[in-house]
Design a protein around this ligand. Structure first.
Ligand code: T1G
Length: 699
């Protein structure tokens, strides 16, 4: 413990002259778990009772100031004292208090700082109230105290965006009282405590400051959140809580509590917290740990959409790339796309012009595969044809240095077959990026039968370097995401064949929370990709029991309508918002007539239930056969690669809100129409029988 007197496992206090120091030490991020809450109350009480100090300075050990309440405590029976009570005691301290912020002061952490009588931030530190990203709102005074020390407008900005703001900006807005050079938090705590005593660092009790009302900012923000995030309930709750900041603090805190509990009790909270921990859990596996190989230079083969996106992602991460194409025209197109991607990042304020120039300078275009002899990793991103990929890996085997990792960006194909084209299958794996590869955060890391542990761990190291969410997948047709998509995508087609319109399906699923319905997504990605996959599957031979799902989509493609890139698909893309393509309606009617289908009415809920049940069915099989390690891995694939609504946590987190019994019953009901398609996974039957949930299978 940093200080002499421990008041809990995580808090200690001591004295330097007339300055009392409270140290919080609760790794990894000093979250305000019960040990911190109890320890802090006891320390403030003891120091005031001992009456030896004229100032109290609060600082944290480790890499950061308090990064929030302990999220792992959510959903469990609350332990007293609550953080709100702790901070009210802290604020009432007769001896003035100051908080020393290094790293990040977030959520309950920044609320702790707001309850002290002055806030000092080290240059480079960040602060924020990111609770909304977890489906809740600040619940320990943040919505009441920030408007008092700063303004209602700034409080709305910080709390509704959830962004981590630099302390320097906070200083300008009154949210931070002093900026100091970075240094040892304890030393700075002593110095700032002395400044409080000397009166050179003014202090003020936040509860004695009145917040100035700003009804315009409140109504504008309310309108904005309802327009921008119509699904999320907590943003409006947050605005309403901040609106109460003009009340006396005790009343305002009570209001905040009401809005906080509304969010706490919403399923959105558990979905968003599942997403928070899931994003970290996917790389918290043995395969992601251990030795890795160097990633100082990467080779990318193919300058198409995927190749140039992957190259951009590497350059943005500061990794030099050698880009290989077979013809000058293709190479020029690749370089042009990469340049456009980087310029886009500059125009969106994501990077400076200097950084853009430096990134582009690390790009080495080449027409010679031999130039890959010295790279650490090759990522092949050429046409999705096995023969082409096999040919390339055969060549790479003779060109690349020993120990170089050979990866394929294939979306479906068998990585083991590709690896067999080399004498080094231990160096081969799949690295499946998602389009646009410099934007989409998902990276499926596909383990081949002979992939070496350090090659696999290097895949995860690359994901971390590229700020991607790397998820381990085993080899099968389409790995985790595309295999599941391949299954539930048919439900979309069956719904249209049996009576729903493509627009109704899209609208129902957008109301469920998807950013875009499946038919709009098809138009965006290009309907020709699905068409080629269906042709490949036909050539490989389909199960005679399977109901073909491609009748309508095939006819659309056979008209040369591939979606946005041809201006026509399920929708027309002339001017403004896409409008339904009336000729598709005719195609649907013709196909139904051909197949003797009498269309039936589906409610939007029917559509969501069938679509989600199909997704859950195949997702269960993917966990059952080990293609995915745990349900959370499937969930993160869909959150970061398929636009699944984050507040629902992912298909299997969502499945637990329905329950295995109900899901089995639904599938058995739907199976009356199509027993082959609606087979119930054994795992789901077992869960229905023994009451286990997908959450029970996560670790
Ligand atoms: N509670 C519990 N564990 C936490 C945590 C938290 N608040 N924050 C991080 N961790 C764990 C995380 O799971 C990981 O564990 C390890 O710490 C390192 O995190 C009343 C109710 C601080 C910017 O939303 O944004 O306060 O995987 O890998 O990339 O109003 O963590 O190693 O086992 O993310 O350097 C509000 C959440 C809470 C901030 C560091 N606070 N944390 O990022 O490391 S709600 C937040 C972060 C609240 C009050 C309300 C980031 C970080 P493991 P990491 P990092």
């Amino acid at each position: 413990m940093a200080e002499a007197n421990s008041t809990s496992d995580a808090v200690s206090y001591g004295y330097e002259g007339e300055v009392a120091l409270i140290c919080i030490d609760n790794p990894p991020v000093n979250a305000t778990g019960i040990a911190v809450r109890e320890g802090l109350v006891a320390a403030v009480k003891a120091i005031n009772e001992e009456a030896k100090a004229k100032a109290i300075a609060i600082y944290c050990a480790g890499r950061t100031f308090i990064a929030g309440a302990d999220i792992r405590e959510f959903g469990k029976p609350p332990k007293m004292p609550s953080l709100t009570e702790v901070l009210n005691d802290l604020e009432a301290s007769a001896i003035p208090t100051v908080s020393i912020i290094h790293g990040t002061a977030l959520g309950g952490g920044y609320e702790t700082a707001l309850a002290t009588h002055a806030r000092v931030g080290m240059k480079g530190a960040k602060f924020g109230l990111p609770e909304v990203l977890l489906g809740i709102i600040p619940g320990a005074g943040g919505t009441q105290r920030l408007p008092r020390v700063s303004s209602v407008g700034f409080a709305l900005d910080i709390a509704v965006s959830g962004r981590h703001a630099p302390v320097e900006e906070g200083f300008e807005k009154g949210a931070i009282d002093r900026i100091v050079e970075p240094g040892d938090p304890r030393e700075i705590a002593i110095a700032m405590g002395q400044e409080v005593i000397a009166g050179t660092l003014p202090t003020r009790r936040t509860d004695q400051i009145e917040a100035k009302a700003d009804p315009e900012a409140i109504s504008n923000t309310l309108a904005m959140v309802q327009k921008k995030n119509p699904h999320l309930i907590n943003l409006a709750e947050c605005v309403k809580a901040i609106e109460a900041a003009t009340l006396p603090l005790a009343e305002g805190l009570a209001k905040e509590r009401e809005h906080f509990m509304t969010c706490m009790n919403s399923p959105q909270r558990s979905g968003l917290i599942h997403a928070f921990f899931g994003e970290r859990a996917v790389s918290n596996i043995p395969e992601a740990k251990g030795d890795t190989r160097p990633l100082d230079k990467i080779g990318v083969i193919g300058g198409g959409t995927m190749g140039s996106g992957i190259t951009t992602s590497c350059l943005l991460a500061g990794i030099p790339v050698r880009l290989i194409e077979v013809q000058q025209e293709g190479l020029d197109r690749g370089v042009a796309t990469i340049t456009k991607n980087l310029d886009g990042a500059v125009s969106r304020g994501k990077m400076s012009q200097d950084k853009r120039d430096a990134a582009l300078a690390m790009l080495e275009p080449s027409l010679a595969m031999e130039d890959l002899a010295d790279v650490d990793l090759v990522i092949e991103a050429v046409f999705e044809k096995m023969e082409i990929k096999k040919d390339i890996f055969g060549k790479l085997d003779t060109i690349c240095k020993p120990g170089a990792i050979l990866a394929s960006n294939t979306s479906y194909l068998d990585v083991n077959q590709i690896a067999e084209m080399t004498n080094r299958p231990q160096d081969v794996l799949g690295l499946h990026f998602f389009s646009p590869a410099h934007v989409m955060r998902l990276l499926e890391i596909v383990q081949g039968a002979k992939t070496a542990p350090d090659a696999l761990a290097t895949g995860f190291a690359l994901a971390k370097k590229l700020k991607k969410v790397g998820v381990l997948a085993q080899v099968c047709d389409g790995f985790i995401g595309n295999r599941i998509l391949g299954h539930y995508g048919k439900t979309n087609a069956y719904l249209v064949l049996d009576g729903a319109s493509p627009q109704q399906v899209d609208t129902a699923l957008e109301a469920f929370g998807f950013a875009m319905g499946p038919n709009k997504v098809g138009d965006l990605a290009g309907l020709d990709i699905g068409y080629m996959t269906r042709q490949r599957k036909k050539e490989e031979g389909m199960d005679p029991n399977e109901r073909y799902a491609g009748d309508v989509a095939d006819k659309i493609c056979e008209n040369g309508w591939y979606g946005r890139k041809t201006g026509k698909g399920y929708y027309m893309y002339e001017t403004g918002a896409p409008v339904p393509n009336p000729e598709v309606e005719k195609i649907i009617d013709d196909v139904r007539a051909e197949k003797g289908i009498t269309p039936k009415d589906f409610s939007d809920q029917d559509i969501v239930d069938r679509y989600m049940t199909a997704m859950i069915a195949e997702a269960t099989r993917v966990v059952e056969d080990g293609t995915a390690k745990r349900p959370v891995d499937v969930d993160m694939v869909f959150l970061f690669g398929y636009g699944f609504p984050r507040f629902r946590g992912g298909p299997l987190h969502y499945a637990d809100t329905i329950g295995a019994k109900e899901l089995v019953a639904r599938m058995e009901e739907y199976a009356k129409e199509d027993p082959h398609y609606w087979q119930v996974p054994e795992l789901l039957r077992k869960m229905a029988a023994d009451g286990t949930t997908f959450a029970d299978m996560n670790w």
